[in-house]
Design a protein around this ligand. Structure first.
Ligand SMILES: [Zn+2]
Ligand SMILES: [Zn+2]
Length: 200
């Protein structure tokens, strides 16, 4: 059963909704990469990471995510050419990751922006358990016992076919973080200075 999952930053200023959410309508995983860790640290939100530095992410089609309030508090950081990292400036809550272009039909919601429940069902029930982990070589401690299994070729293929389906069905648009006409990001991403990067 697919549900609408409310989205909100910690203080509640930035809000939104992810529609038609279900385990099969998305792909949940835990990412231990250094850039995801740096994102939480630069926002001074290490609480978003698990004990080994993992970030819990639910990927879904951008066309199913809407911001309903506080969009003017949304900001963007960029550590690489490929990924834009969106957050709420009001309370420094990580919101989501996207590609640097709205042409890629995936938006990765960070768990810190998702409500704990929808219609009386827990978030874990609504989005399903994490299916795999990635970049665990960058973990900063032994993985928690609850860590999902490593990714496999089958998992990779499963995700790829989901993405293709989203793209074919036009669910990549509109992307809440890009102008639908011009493809420009709604908020210009800020690149970390080398000294900021070193401080992490
Ligand atoms: Zn990552
Ligand atoms: Zn906030």
């Amino acid at each position: 059963m697919a549900l609408d999952l409310p989205l909100r930053c910690r203080c509640g200023q930035v809000r939104g909704v992810a529609s038609e959410v279900s385990p099969s309508n998305g792909f949940r995983f835990v990412c231990y990469c250094k850039d995801c860790q740096a994102f939480a640290r630069v926002l001074d939100r290490p609480d978003v990471l698990d004990a080994a530095g993992g970030t819990d992410i639910f990927q879904l089609p951008p066309g199913r995510v809407k911001l309903t309030a506080g969009a003017d508090a949304v900001r963007c950081l960029r550590f690489s050419d490929k990924v834009f990292r969106w957050y709420a400036d009001c309370c420094r809550t990580p919101i989501a990751n996207t590609a640097a272009t709205p042409r890629f039909p995936v938006l990765g919601l960070v768990h810190s922006f998702m409500s704990d429940e929808a219609k009386g069902r827990s978030r874990d029930e609504v989005v399903g358990p994490p299916l795999c982990r990635i970049y665990e070589r960058s973990a900063i401690a032994p993985l928690p016992q609850t860590a999902p299994p490593p990714s496999s070729f089958g998992m990779f293929a499963r995700r790829g076919s989901k993405l293709l389906g989203w793209w074919l069905r036009g669910l990549g648009r509109p992307n809440p973080f890009f102008d639908d006409q011009t493809n420009a990001p709604l908020f210009a991403p800020r690149v970390l200075t080398p000294s900021e990067r070193v401080a992490l």
